[in-house]
Design a protein around this ligand. Structure first.
Ligand code: ADP
Ligand code: ADP
Ligand code: MG
Length: 492
């Protein structure tokens, strides 16, 4: 493969291109009207305009993307995450056109893209699963009966759901009919598939997932876990590797279960098997994501393996060059997703222009982003701006580095989840490792964040006062070292 087309945008398009270039592979970007001047377009060796800004007319238009690959003579297509990455028909179309799809086979995407089909596929492999039903359900009376058996609270889940969407927790029998109807109509609207099922709602779980790699020669390995319990709206915001609580025994057991899940669908490529871990250290299979995961960098940092490079090598039919025994965990990595959202206002999208955008730099800091100062965040796509990742010799060091990196990351013009990331890193529940998927509900309020801001302002004022008293004769503005703007009291 000498040239690949990256069918995505933003940080992930850039991240994939970086590895391609490192491997001596040329890249083709695709873009919509809104992304005409985006960094991924400039970074690629070539770029093809797809169409209007809405995803359906650009990044989700399969024919346009395949045509762009033909036009530029690209041999492979990397789908990134989101968009067409988990679309079996797209993988099929790419292959039918004589191009290489850098990802699993359509069959695996199809099976794992449907949560019920996934459960069905892994059934014979002795994988622990969340108690619940195995088929889609529409009959309300039957749903009531089943819920009573499972025990409340139950979770109504869309089989085709993703990105934290399509889930409803039901606490009482009386709420069930209305919630079922809503869930079905929402699933139809959001995923074009109204099938929903019921699952036991695990009350205080941790979300732990296992990264796997499988080559076309039958080798399947796992690259340990990622802890993704800090979520809002069932979607991750802070992730880390390794998990603060996993024992070597549970890690091995989960790793082996993940490898079995991959076997169950003849998986090829990089994939992620998601589990819930309950208070008794019992784990349950949730779903498999058949693509590169947003939070893959934390795994790269603790294992030293470039996952995109492995994806490309696997797509070229190369054998994995290492074995399970060769892999080990070194250090600790933390990721904060920087969403254009306002944590002070229920994490609602905060659109606008990046008036200031100054990146943190330094040893142990990795920033995967796709924006620049002055750019406007398009309203058409996922509101993630960047991923701030830190790597330290241990968890404490990674957390401290993150707190510093967040302070050094200057974004003005829009609200972001950076302040929330700092709140998490400084919270006792997080630093002690004693938290679950309800961290936001249990510990976070805008008022607390406000207090934190207030305290910072107070500290800044005190530091200013201290400086003033120490240099009693001269009041300087400490940040303006090169400026001659100083006020000499004696001269006044
Ligand atoms: P990950 O699963 O990689 O940890 P997310 O759950 O945030 O991260 O999903 C990754 C991306 O894919 C996000 O941009 C999310 O919006 C998008 N996504 C995933 N599945 C779906 C889906 N079924 N419908 C819409 N968007 C989805
Ligand atoms: P998605 O496809 O949207 O990523 P998942 O099945 O992976 O859906 O679930 C996303 C999140 O929703 C989990 O990380 C967890 O916080 C919550 N969740 C899902 N299923 C359950 C359950 N049975 N009990 C408790 N929480 C759940
Ligand atoms: Mg998931």
């Amino acid at each position: 493969m000498k040239k690949i087309l990256v069918a995505n945008r933003g940080e992930i398009a850039l991240r994939i291109m970086r590895t391609a270039h490192k491997m001596g592979i040329k890249t083709v970007a695709v873009y919509s009207d809104a992304d005409r001047d985006a960094p991924h377009v400039r970074f690629a060796n070539e770029a093809v305009h797809l169409g209007n800004s809405p995803s359906s007319e650009s990044y989700l238009d399969m024919d346009k993307i395949v045509n762009a690959a033909h036009q530029t003579k690209a041999e492979g297509i990397h789908p990134g995450y989101g968009f067409l990455s988990e679309n079996a028909a797209f993988a099929q179309l790419v292959t039918k056109n004589g191009l290489c799809f850098i990802g699993p086979k359509p069959h695996a995407i199809e099976v794992m893209g449907d949560k019920l089909a996934a459960k069905e596929a892994v059934k014979g492999y002795n994988i622990p699963m969340v108690p619940g039903i195995e088929e889609a359900i529409t009959d309300i009376a039957l749903a009531q009966k089943i819920s009573k058996n499972i025990g409340f609270p139950v979770l109504i889940k869309a089989s085709a759901g993703g990105g934290g969407k399509g889930m409803r927790v039901v606490h009482h029998l009386s709420e069930l009919p209305e919630q079922m109807e809503r869930a079905i109509s929402e699933a139809k609207a959001a995923f074009g598939n109204g099938s929903v099922f019921l699952e036991k709602y695990i009350e205080s779980p941790r979300h732990i997932e296992i990264q796997i790699l499988a080559d076309t020669h039958g080798n399947i390995l796992h690259l340990f876990e990622r802890e993704c319990s800090i979520q809002r709206r069932h979607q991750k915001v802070v992730e880390e590797a390794p998990s603060a609580i996993l024992t070597p025994e549970i890690r091995t057991a989960m790793g082996e279960a993940a490898v079995k899940v991959a076997k169950a669908c003849d998986y090829v490529g990089a994939g992620t098997v998601e589990f819930l871990l309950d208070g008794d250290n019992k784990f349950y299979f949730l779903e498999m994501n058949t693509r590169l995961q947003v939070e893959h960098p934390v795994t790269e940092l603790i294992t030293g393996i470039d996952l995109v490079e492995q994806q490309i090598k696997i797509a070229r039919n190369e054998k994995l060059a290492f074995s399970q025994e060769d892999l080990s965990i070194k250090g600790h990595a933390l990721e904060v997703r920087v969403y254009a959202e306002d944590p002070m206002n229920n994490f609602l999208p905060s659109m606008g222009t990046l008036e200031t955008y100054k990146r943190p730099v330094g040893e142990g800091i990795r920033l995967d982003d796709g924006f620049e100062e002055g750019m406007t965040i398009p309203i058409f796509y996922d509101p993630m701006l960047a991923k701030l990742i830190t790597y330290g010799k241990d968890r404490e060091e990674a957390i401290q580095l993150m707190i510093r990196a967040i302070s050094d990351f200057k974004i003005k013009g829009i609200s972001t989840t950076l302040s929330f990331g700092k709140f998490v890193c400084e919270h006792e529940a997080f630093t002690s490792g004693n938290f679950d998927t309800h961290f936001v509900k249990n510990y976070f309020t805008p008022e607390l964040l406000h207090q934190q801001y207030g305290q910072e302002r107070k500290i800044a004022a005190l530091v200013g006062l201290k400086l003033f008293l120490e240099h009693n004769d001269q009041l300087r503005l400490p940040d303006y070292k090169n400026s001659n703007w100083s006020l000499n009291r004696t001269k006044r």
